[in-house]
Design a protein around this ligand. Sequence first.
Ligand code: SAM
Length: 268
Amino acid sequence: MDIRQLNEMSYPDFVGYINQWNVLPGSYVTLSKWATFSHMNANSRILQFACTTGFQSRELAVLTGCSGKAFDLSSQAIEMANYNLQHYAPNAQIDYFVADGTKLKLDEKFSHVIIGAGYQFFANPQEAIKKTVEFIEDGGYLLASPFYIKQPIPYELIEEFKTVFGISPTTLGYKDIMSMFNKLEIIYEDRNELCLETEDELQYYCRCTIDRACKIRNITDTALKQAMFDRLYKIKEMSNKLRPYQSYGVLVLRYRQSVYPKRFVELF
Ligand SMILES: C[S@@+](CC[C@H](N)C(=O)[O-])C[C@H]1O[C@@H](n2cnc3c(N)ncnc32)[C@H](O)[C@@H]1O
């Protein structure tokens, strides 16, 4: 690996390469709400779409004792998801594998399917959400944590975001985002504000993550190490710049064969 190759990696491969614990909006707090309001326990079988380095599935297994499967398109990310399972949750029973969610076929159905905010990384987010439903057992749940905007994001910021993440940030407001989930029953929902991270917080997080990555990959070249740090810092800084325009929801949605895809309850 040299600096040019590092900087040419796609965003998901870079996240995998440095083993970033790329979290869903709300991090552990969202996991705790999902686990509580979807009644997740040791009998639950979960399937996580677009799992990157495995944070959501692994940490839900630690919190609740659930087991299941998780996949991502990036083999770098799956390699690190397995590393993390072994090092941070050796008792958790989650099978990580490389797959394209748009073409996924499995014989099994799950009590909980997890998408977080990951549907946004699919070419067709609405189709990705629809696809998750194929894998939910009757009476099971879809767990999501979508971003939505509360005021328009300036054009220059959207363009800058695209160069850092390789996708566009959502420019949809609350009602538009909720309409993407409107075929499922809303069992729990909340709306949350994001708090900006300080420079010290960003520096500490990036330093810890890059030090670990260099240890895992035996990297001692200080210029390469600095390039890894700089790219991660830029990602975190970019996320921070969008915060004033964004909010996110925590959703626990239920799929029932007898109801889907109709809505028979009022929203409020
Ligand atoms: C960076 S993550 C975002 C996850 C986010 N932290 C969340 O809230 O859930 C997006 C992941 O989606 C994966 N991805 C994109 N398209 C995919 C597809 N068709 N099938 C599986 N994974 C996909 C990427 O490889 C990447 O690891």
